[in-house]
Structures are given as structure tokens and as C-alpha cells.
Design a protein around this ligand. Structure first.
Ligand code: ADP
Ligand code: ZN
Length: 605
């Protein structure tokens, strides 16, 4: 393990391992099969990259994503670890070169697409070259119960047959026991060590808002992150196109991405985003698996996803570098209906699909700490009382006192009156208005007459709208629009479903989560602020990435740049102290970054 720590410091520039990395690396060193479940950003790659680099033997990594392979290999190469990949994007010549390299034992890491790995010539080549261990990335792709089943992963059983003595390590962010069991069975793992990390992402600030004006709400959030990278997810392609267009019209560097675009267009959008020519990518869920940009500062859902699993996966693309990032979800009751009809249109919805949709909706409507809800959902206990990083704990959402009772009183009133009246009339009855109509219909004798007397009319109207939005009430258009109680509303009335909570109007987001406020320069000294220096370093990173033809985040992460802007090292030793600076990067990138730091970073003190 000492050797590992030295390697991690020398190559990656990290002083310590993240939680569970040591255990996961331990399993690799012990040659014992393992399943490692860590959330996105949990640092899974290092668990197999570090042992491979430290042992100096060949590790084979299976990954479903061609684009990601190239990035990983570029990143490893930049850090000085010999690595290569084999997939369908290579020309015959390139492939032969890599194969010759493998035969000569040149690489410590080889990324291979699953369908290629299981071909007899590839297995033969690897057997001759010798493999230290296999790492199966995104291992949930093997399970039909995961959210991203890939049939080609099923063929991976051939790996165990061809290499009975070589350990297999599976990595995923999907935690359900069913998926875990599938991974063990399908890969024929032998008593695997199962390591499950914490699913909380403390650096993510979660917010949920009812969608009232999509464009305005999205731009408000974007304003909190000017110039930073982010993803905006929409449910439908048409929304993607419209929103991207509207954002461009307002001066944002936004691109659109969805499965309806031509391959070339999609590639360009992804490329623009990765190389920082675009800040915002507006996309359907088709986007994301293939990108590894770690400095995504916000993920906005302009519509509700269809399950918490999807939400966790998509929102999880924010803040992989560990810096504070925002996850904003905009939803409406209509999103629930839309998903339900999409699921029903597929014929028989997949098992569990509807309950998952309901859970997602509960998340949106609920007023419990978002971190707690998400961690609970994945079967873990959340210890803190307040997370300090969600709309509920930050006090941006206030639930009415006794709100469950209020909601039931409104639903009961609608039922009592036979569901034949509109929202205004219902409001009058609830507030005990003394009108001729109410008296004539004897509605002043109802149990619910006047129960909300002490609340203003506008408030009661707003609660009724919330219940409509929450799918407990529905407005039926006829000669006069009438309010009706839905199936969900009835279940709540019978106590079979949690009663909906009513909120007071949401207060605006108070904290700007990701952009530290600009420090004013002390007069006369001309000290660049940390923020300005960070932007200067970012520009240098972009230039150097362009020169090398690799994405900027492979040069240094935002976390490293922030530390440089704060610590302002001017010597090689000082530079090496920055997290993310290894020896190779010191040699290759250090001189220009140090020159920049010396020029702009003078503290003036
Ligand atoms: P995952 O694959 O689990 O989503 P990654 O392997 O992409 O996560 O790592 C997430 C981020 O954490 C990356 O930016 C990586 O550089 C960083 N990281 C990984 N290990 C460490 C460590 N020991 N110390 C500091 N940062 C780390
Ligand atoms: Zn919270």
C-alpha cells in the first residue's frame, strides 16, 4: 500500500486516497474478485489505475464508451502512465500498433470495448501478453435491472472462462442489490469482496422548484454560474432545440444535444462542450454517458426525470471534482402525466417503472432534506440533521404548519360537494363565506364549511393550485370548470398515500453556490483577485489543451486551478504541493503555469 501511495502522489499528485479507494485497491492487490459501488465522482478510476501503474503490469479495462476511452487514455498519457485503447474507432494500422504494443508489454492499462475483448484473437493476444487483472467499468450495463443494459456486456462471461486465474473487479455507481447480484452471476465472480461507499454527494446543492416560466427560471440559475460549465436536461427533443436557441439568443454559449441530431452534429456539440467552446449543453438524457468533464458546476433539469435512479445519475454529473455545484430540478404535475403516458404507450411498462416515477414525484413535492431523501432511497442512513446544501435545509422552501391536514381538508371539501364546483366556489366554502348561493345549496352545513376561515383567499386558492399541480385534484372543463379528486387524491384521503404538503411561496435561492465572490483588489497594490487569476489559469489551460488536442480538464482540474490561484506557488516544489500535480505534469506543464503564476500571482504583500 505504501507503494501505491507513492505512485498516487508521484503520478496523480494526490496526498491521500478518497474513502473506499484503499479498500478497493486492497482487493486488487490481493487478487480477489470485487464489486466496488461508489457514486459518480467517487474516484473509481483510480482504484484500478493506481495498482496497474504501481505494479507496472497490464490491466485490462472494459468500458462501454468509446469517447471516454480516448479521454482516459489521453489523461493517463499526460500523467505519464503508458496506456492505450482498442475499439472500433481505430484504423487497421492503429489497431495493429496497439496490438504490437500489448505483445511487447508496453502498456500498463489497456481499455477495450466489450464486444472486441471477447473475440478469440483478442483473448489470445491478451493470454500471450499476460493480464494482471480485469476492471469492468460501468458494470451495471450487464444487468437488465440497471438503467443502461448493454447486451454486449453479457458476453463478458467469456473472460472468466479464458482467464480462470485472473481476478475481475467490477465498478459501478448503481447500488441496488439486484444489479449487484446480476454482476456477480454474469461475470462468474468468485466470492467477490463487495465495497459500497456512501451515496451522499455533499458538494452538490440540491434545489427543486415548481416550473412556472422555464426560460426565466433556467436563466436565473445560469446567472449564478456565469462562464462555468453546466448541463440542462429536457424531457423532449423539441424542448432541447427551443431552449438552446433561446439561450443563445440571450448571449449564452449554448449547444443542443439529442438523439435526433445527425452523428456529426452531436459530436460537434459534445466536442464544443468538452473543449470549453460552449458552456451550456442543453440535452435529452441521451447525453452524458460519454463525457467526463469534471468541472460541471450545475445540472439543471428543466423537466422531471422518470426515476430517482436517472436523477441521481444525471445530477451526479455535476461537481465530480469535489467543488460545490448546483443541481436544480424544475417540475410540474404535467411531467408526471407525461411520463406516465410515455410508459403506458410502451405497452406493458417495465416492472417497477410506475412506482419509480411516483417516488421521483414524491421527491419533488416533498419537503424533507434532499440529501437525506436520496441517501434513504438508495438504502443508506443519513446521519446529519441538516445538510446545509439543499433548498429545504437552506430554508428556501417553507412548508405550511399542519400542511398535511390542510390538504386533506381541501380534498374532503371537494368530495363533500360532489365534485361539481370550481376553485373559487370551493375556496368560498372553505373560508366560510356567507353568500346566497352557499346558503341556498346548504353548503354551510358541510363539515368542511369554514375550516380555513382564518386564511386569506389568495392563499387558499394557491393551495388548491398546488394540489392540482401535485396530481390530487384535476380541473374538468365543461360548461363551468369543476374540481375533481383524482385517484391519488382519494388514496391520500383514505390514508393510503402520504398526504401532500403545501408550501408557502418559495423564496429565491439565497446563496450563489459556485462562484466565489470577486475579491476587490486592495487599492494601489494591484493584486489580482483569486477569481481573476483562476480565469487566467483557465485560459492558459485551454491554450495548452488545444496545442495537445486534448480536453482542458485532462490538463488540470478546476480544483487544481483553484488551489493554484489561492496558494500561488512560484517554485517547482510549491507547484508539486498542489493537488493534482504529479511529476510528469510538473515537467510538461509546470514551466508555463509557473511563469503565469509568477507574472500574475504576485501577492503584492
Ligand atoms: P468516478 O469514476 O467514480 O465517477 P473519477 O474516477 O472520475 O470518479 O474521479 C472523480 C474525481 O475525483 C476526478 O476528478 C479525480 O481526479 C478525483 N480523484 C480521484 N481520486 C482522488 C484522490 N485520491 N484525491 C483527490 N482527488 C481524487
Ligand atoms: Zn438538506
Amino acid at each position: 500500500m505504501e507503494n501505491i501511495r507513492r505512485t498516487v502522489k508521484r503520478v496523480w499528485g494526490y496526498d491521500a486516497l478518497l474513502p473506499w479507494q484503499e479498500e478497493a485497491i486492497g482487493a486488487v492487490l490481493a487478487g480477489r474478485d470485487s464489486i466496488v459501488i461508489l457514486p459518480t465522482g467517487g474516484g473509481k478510476s483510480l482504484c484500478y489505475q493506481a495498482p496497474a501503474a504501481a505494479m507496472g503490469k497490464l490491466a485490462v479495462v472494459v468500458s462501454p464508451l468509446i469517447a471516454l476511452m480516448k479521454d482516459q487514455v489521453d489523461g493517463l498519457t499526460a500523467a505519464g502512465v503508458p496506456a492505450a485503447f482498442l475499439n472500433s474507432s481505430l484504423t487497421t494500422d492503429e489497431r495493429r500498433q496497439v496490438e504490437a504494443g500489448v505483445a511487447r508489454g508496453r502498456y500498463h492499462l489497456l481499455y477495450v470495448a466489450p464486444e472486441r475483448l471477447v473475440l478469440p484473437p483478442c483473448l489470445g493476444l491478451l493470454r500471450r501478453a499476460g493480464v494482471a487483472f480485469f476492471a469492468i467499468d460501468e458494470a451495471h450495463c450487464i444487468s437488465q435491472w440497471g438503467h443502461d443494459f448493454r447486451p454486449e456486456y453479457r458476453q463478458l462471461k467469456a473472460v472468466r472462462e479464458a482467464f480462470p486465474d485472473v481476478a475481475i473487479h467490477a465498478f459501478t455507481a448503481t447500488a441496488t442489490p439486484r444489479v449487484r447480484a446480476d454482476i456477480a452471476t454474469e461475470l462468474a465472480l468468485r466470492e467477490p469482496e463487495v465495497l459500497v461507499g456512501s451515496f451522499d454527494r455533499p458538494n452538490l446543492v440540491y434545489r427543486v422548484r415548481r416550473r412556472t416560466d422555464r426560460l426565466r427560471q433556467v436563466t436565473e440559475a445560469l446567472e449564478r454560474h456565469r462562464g462555468a460549465a453546466g448541463i440542462v436536461y429536457c424531457i423532449r427533443r423539441a424542448e432541447v432545440d427551443q431552449l438552446a436557441e433561446a439561450l443563445r439568443g440571450r448571449g449564452y454559449r449554448a449547444v443542443a444535444y439529442h438523439a435526433g441530431l445527425a452523428d456529426a452534429q452531436r459530436r460537434r456539440a459534445q466536442d464544443d462542450f468538452i473543449t470549453e467552446r460552449a458552456d451550456v449543453i442543453v440535452a435529452t438524457v441521451a447525453f452524458g454517458m460519454g463525457i467526463d468533464r469534471s468541472d460541471v458546476r450545475y445540472v439543471i433539469h428543466a423537466g422531471m426525470p422518470k426515476s430517482i435512479e436517472h436523477y441521481q445519475q444525471e445530477a451526479g454529473r455535476a461537481g465530480r471534482d469535489g467543488l460545490t455545484s448546483e443541481c436544480l430540478l424544475l417540475y410540474s404535475g404535467g411531467d408526471f402525466g407525461l411520463w406516465r403516458s410515455i410508459l403506458m404507450a410502451e405497452g406493458l411498462p417495465a416492472p417497477g417503472a410506475l412506482p419509480k416515477l411516483e417516488q421521483m414525484y414524491n421527491y419533488c413535492q416533498g419537503a424533507v432534506c434532499r440529501h437525506r431523501f436520496l441517501v434513504d432511497y438508495f438504502g443508506q442512513a443519513y446521519r446529519a440533521d441538516r445538510c446545509g446544501a439543499c433548498d429545504v435545509c437552506l430554508g428556501e422552501i417553507a412548508v405550511e404548519d399542519g400542511s398535511a391536514t390542510l390538504a386533506l381538508q381541501i380534498l374532503a371539501c371537494v368530495t363533500e360537494m360532489g365534485e361539481r364546483f370550481g376553485a373559487d366556489y370551493v375556496t368560498d366554502v372553505l373560508r366560510g363565506a356567507e353568500t346566497a348561493k352557499i346558503a341556498a345549496r346548504r353548503h354551510n352545513r358541510l363539515d368542511t364549511y369554514g375550516v380555513l376561515r382564518q386564511h386569506p383567499k389568495a392563499t387558499v386558492r394557491n393551495w388548491i393550485e398546488q394540489l392540482e399541480g401535485d396530481g390530487c385534484l384535476i380541473r374538468e372543463e365543461g360548461e363551468y370548470p369543476t374540481l375533481n379528486v383524482t385517484v391519488r387524491g382519494r388514496r391520500a384521503l383514505r390514508g393510503e398515500d402520504a398526504a401532500p404538503l403545501l408550501r408557502t411561496v418559495a423564496r429565491p435561492a439565497r446563496v450563489a453556490p459556485s462562484r466565489p465572490t470577486r475579491q476587490a483588489a486592495p487599492p494601489g497594490l494591484g493584486r489580482t483577485s483569486d477569481e481573476e487569476l483562476f480565469e487566467t489559469l483557465r485560459a492558459l489551460r485551454r491554450t495548452m489543451a488545444d496545442e495537445r488536442g486534448i480536453p482542458p480538464y485532462l490538463i488540470f482540474s478546476d480544483a487544481s486551478l483553484r488551489e493554484m490561484a489561492r496558494e500561488r506557488p512560484t517554485t517547482e516544489d510549491g507547484f508539486l504541493q498542489i493537488k493534482g500535480v504529479g511529476l510528469r505534469k510538473l515537467q510538461e506543464l509546470g514551466p508555463r503555469f509557473l511563469a503565469c503564476l509568477r507574472e500574475h500571482g504576485l501577492s503584492g504583500e
